[in-house]
Design a binder for this molecule. Structure first.
Ligand code: G
Ligand code: G
Ligand code: MN
Ligand code: NA
Length: 255
C-alpha cells in the first residue's frame, strides 16, 4: 500500500535517519554506549518514529533492507566518531528484527560491514527482543553463535516481558540484558518492581552478563539502581534519543 511504497522509497533514497540514545554509568556519568533508533523524515508528515513504520517493514519484505540500512548507517557513524577520537570505549547498540535474525546471510553481512568500517566485533551489540527469540529458537541460536564467533555482542532487550526469559539464558549465547522499562520507571516507589529488578541483577551476576536498566525517568529510580548494583542505565532522566551532532557534543565533553 501507500506506506509500503513510501517506506521503500525512503530506504532507497536515504530519507531515514538514526538518532542515538546514550547509556550512562550512573557512578561516573560517562557514556558507555549508544542505542541507534531509526526515524523517517517523511516529506509531508514530519519526523516519524519506528512505531509507525517498523511493523509495515516487518509485514512486507522491507525489514531486511531497512535492517541492513540501519546497520550500515550506525557503523558508518561509529567509524566516523572513532576516527575523530570520540568513541574509544563506546559500544554501538543496534536493534534487530526477527527477519534479520533468521536470515541465513545475516552473520556474513555483519562481518562484511564491520570489515568495511574497520570496527571490532565487541564494539557492536545487537539488541533482540524476547518476543523475537521465541519465533524461531533453533535458527536464532545458530545466528547468535555465529555472531559470538566474530566477537559481536548480543543483548536481550525488554528483558522480563517475554514468555520464557530464563530458558533463553540457558539456550542462547548472549552478553547482556536490558531490563524492560516497565520494571524500572517506578523503581524506588514500587516494591514489586524492586523485587523483580533485584532478581534480574542476581541473574545477570550468575550468568556473567552486562546489565542495563532502561526507562530511568527519575532520580529515585537511578539511586535505587545504584543501591541494587545496576550501574548501566538509559532513560529520559539521562538523555532522550538525540541526533548524532548532539551525541558528539556529549562525547567531546568527555561525558
Ligand atoms: O525510537 P523509539 O523510541 O520510538 O523506538 C520504538 C521501538 O522501535 C523500540 O522498540 C525500538 O527497539 C524499535 N526500533 C528502533 N529502531 C529500530 C531499528 O533500527 N530496527 C528495529 N528492528 N527496531 C527498531
Ligand atoms: O524496545 P526498545 O528498548 O528498543 O525501546 C526504545 C524506546 O524506548 C525508544 O522509543 C525510546 O524513545 C524509548 N525510551 C527511552 N528511554 C525512555 C524512558 O525513560 N521512558 C520511556 N517511557 N521511554 C523511553
Ligand atoms: Mn532497544
Ligand atoms: Na527495551
Amino acid at each position: 500500500d501507500d506506506v509500503e511504497l513510501h517506506l521503500r522509497h525512503a530506504v532507497e533514497n536515504d530519507s531515514l535517519l538514526l538518532h542515538y540514545q546514550p547509556e550512562l554509568d550512573l557512578r561516573s556519568g560517562k557514556i558507555l554506549a549508544v542505542e541507534a533508533l531509526v526515524r523517517w523524515q517523511h516529506p509531508t508528515r514530519g519526523l516519524l518514529f519506528p512505531g509507525t513504520f517498523i511493523e509495515v517493514a516487518e509485514a512486507t519484505n522491507l525489514a531486511g533492507e531497512l535492517g541492513r540500512w540501519v546497520i550500515r548507517k550506525a557503523c558508518s557513524q561509529f567509524a566516523d566518531w572513532r576516527e575523530r577520537g570520540l568513541a574509544t570505549d563506546l559500544v554501538m547498540r543496534i536493534n534487530v528484527s526477527p527477519v534479520q535474525l533468521v536470515s541465513l546471510d545475516f552473520v556474513a553481512s555483519v562481518e562484511e560491514v564491520l570489515a568495511h568500517f574497520a570496527i571490532d566485533g565487541p564494539s557492536v551489540c545487537f539488541e533482540i527482543t524476547e518476543h523475537v527469540v521465541v519465533q524461531d529458537l533453533a535458527r536464532t541460536r545458530i545466528t547468535l553463535e555465529g555472531l559470538a564467533k566474530i566477537g559481536v555482542q548480543v543483548a536481550i532487550d525488554d528483558f522480563g516481558t517475554g514468555y520464557s526469559s530464563l530458558s533463553h539464558l540457558k539456550e542462547l549465547t548472549v552478553d547482556a540484558l536490558k531490563i524492560d522499562r516497565s520494571f524500572v520507571t517506578r523503581l524506588g516507589t514500587d516494591s514489586d518492581d524492586m523485587a523483580i529488578v533485584k532478581s534480574i541483577v542476581g541473574l545477570a551476576k550468575a550468568f556473567d552478563l552486562d546489565l542495563v536498566a532502561e526507562g530511568v525517568e527519575t532520580s529515585i529510580a537511578a539511586r535505587t539502581l545504584l543501591e541494587l548494583d545496576c550501574h548501566r542505565a538509559q532513560g529520559y532522566l539521562l538523555s532522550r534519543p538525540i541526533p548524532p551532532e548532539r551525541v558528539e557534543v556529549l562525547l567531546a565533553a568527555g561525558a
